[in-house]
Design a protein around this ligand. Structure first.
Ligand code: HEM
Length: 503
């Protein structure tokens, strides 16, 4: 009898749970079908209603759109260009797509760039994809909007305007000399191999560390740089915060960087109180109030330093690595550079001047700047930047609704054959004429133009000056693809030969 009751109970429960499962599967299917129907009819209504008014293009898959393809493509220069070109071939230079769940309109150069730059802070505000926003934080100048952005931007601009930059030339020059002695000349051989991007980071990072926090070369700076390299890898990653993923590692690096900066900040406050603080941007930020009479909070100082340290080394390292690559492939360009720098050095010697660079010397390095500009055109460190529409706006008769994102594409501007003749050709001579406005935009434009563009310029020119005076080099694999992580660079070593005596 007991067995019969147990058996029937068991079969009852089995039957019950199976039925429940059937019920829940059926409800799930009904719910999913209903959702799908609602979504497709809503989106078709939305599309039909605005079809004539939205820019051309396709949103692709629901929610994710082109997110995965875009992030994967953006890891190589060719991949990014191919992704962009496919869209341009299909829809034209102005097109819409979907990224991380949001509609994005890629603007057509040069009109679209002008539209974004001239309406920045009015119709549009900066927008960063999820992982880039989290890695930067809430306080840096690069993420703030409206009045807060303008105020902080003016505050920081005092350290990056032309007058300030002229004062930094000598310090950067010294760092370049030290860099070549430590990473290139110490090889003790007349010929050696070296991966430029890996070596250059120590130079660019030391120049910006010196300027911001007076941190000199050595093991402490090298460890600090490692955290930044880890942080940087998170920028073009999938925002998956799980062990092993680049984003997870980048968030850990961010925490460590902020801890280290917090320690520097505390120590610096003590030094300021004792009247023995070094004069650099950190001391200035801790002691000089903004135009409203307020000092930045500790959190703001640290997050702004984080962004400035990153921006101050990674972009210029990529640009310099690619300049070396292109000069290596174009021996005639190398010869012209040597002539330019030799004549500047000879002139200084004739005038009995010290072998230390001044802003005036840098202004005379016109061909060098053309070579760098041409590299920035072919391999812009920043491929494109997002904005968000703060209100419905109209461009060329198309509607860009409030909340949609816009992207100005540096890559599409720089590679448009209507704007740059023979755009894939490396031709420094094209810079003998100034570019058409809003076509050459490696540093962006408008009120958010790169804050450090003048500093980047002296970092790069000074580096090339010392490089071509001391070395010549050849590329081991001219067909090596250029990767992006997130800035363009190559991984294979170059063959370097010392020039003796140096120019
Ligand atoms: C070759 C080197 C560099 C390139 C190509 C570059 C490019 C850019 C671009 C495209 C932007 C975005 C502008 C926008 O939002 O539309 C930007 C912003 C910024 N850059 Fe640079 N940059 C370089 C070097 C530097 C350096 C050396 C520093 C600092 C020392 C720096 C600091 C910043 C800051 C703080 C912003 C945010 C400005 C704001 O939102 O107001 N950059 N940069």
């Amino acid at each position: 009898m007991a067995t019969t009751v147990t058996d029937s109970l068991t079969s009852f429960w089995n039957g019950f749970s199976l039925k429940s499962l059937e019920v829940s599967y059926t409800s799930l299917i009904i719910a999913a079908t209903t959702l799908w129907l609602v979504w497709t009819s809503a989106s078709s209504f939305f599309r039909t209603r605005g079809r004539d008014r939205f820019p051309p293009g396709s949103f692709g898959f629901p929610i994710i759109g082109d997110t995965v393809q875009f992030i994967l493509a953006s890891r190589s220069v060719v991949g990014h260009r191919t992704w962009l070109q496919k869209k341009i071939d299909k829809y034209g230079l102005l097109f819409k797509w979907r990224f991380q769940g949001m509609p994005v309109v890629v603007m057509d150069p040069p009109g679209g760039n002008k539209f974004v730059f001239q309406n920045d802070g009015k119709l549009f505000e900066i927008y960063w994809p999820l992982q880039m926003a989290t890695l930067q934080g809430k306080e840096p100048v690069s993420v703030l909007h409206g009045e807060q952005h303008k105020l902080l931007r003016r505050h920081l601009n005092r350290f990056f305007d032309h007058a300030a930059i002229s004062r930094y030339v000598e310090g950067v020059d010294q760092k370049a000399v030290q860099h070549f002695a430590r990473y290139w000349e110490d090889k003790g051989e007349s010929e050696f191999e070296l991966v430029p991007f890996a070596a250059i980071k120590f130079y660019t990072f030391s120049t910006i560390c010196n300027l911001l926090i007076s941190l000199g070369e050595g093991p402490e700076m090298d460890r600090f740089l490692e955290h930044f390299v880890e942080w940087t890898k998170g920028l073009l990653s999938f925002p998956i915060n799980l062990p092993g993923f680049a984003y997870y590692k980048a968030l850990r690096a961010r925490k460590r960087i902020l801890q280290i900066l917090g320690e520097y900040l505390k120590q610096r406050k003590r030094e300021v109180a004792e009247g023995r603080a070094k004069v650099d941007i950190l001391t200035n930020l801790l002691t000089v109030p903004d135009e409203n009479g307020n000092l930045l909070s500790d959190e703001s100082v640290c997050e702004n330093l984080l962004v400035l340290l990153f921006a101050g080394f990674d972009t210029s390292s990529g640009a310099l690595a690619m300049t070396i690559n292109l000069i290596g492939k174009n021996p005639d360009v190398y010869e012209q550079l040597v002539q330019e720098h030799k004549s500047i050095v000879d002139k200084k010697r004739e005038e009995g001047k010290e072998d230390v660079l001044s802003m005036q010397d840098l202004s005379a390095m016109k061909y060098t700047w053309r070579v760098i500009q041409e590299t920035l055109r072919l391999h812009p460190p920043v491929a494109g930047i997002f904005r968000e529409a703060m209100e419905d706006c109209e461009y060329k008769g198309y509607l860009v609704p409030k909340g949609w994102k816009l992207m100005y594409s540096v890559v599409s501007s720089h590679s448009d054959p209507k704007l740059f003749k023979d755009p894939t050709k490396f031709d420094p001579a094209r810079w003998e004429q100034p570019p058409v406005p809003f076509t050459f935009i490696p540093f962006g434009g408008g009120p958010r133009t790169c804050l450090g563009n003048e500093f980047a310029k002296i970092q790069m020119i000074i580096f090339i000056h010392h490089l071509v005076r001391r070395f010549r080099w050849s590329i081991t694999d001219p067909n090596e693809p250029v990767v992006r992580d997130p800035v363009p660079n190559t991984r294979k070593p170059i063959k370097v030969m010392k020039v003796t005596p140096s120019v």
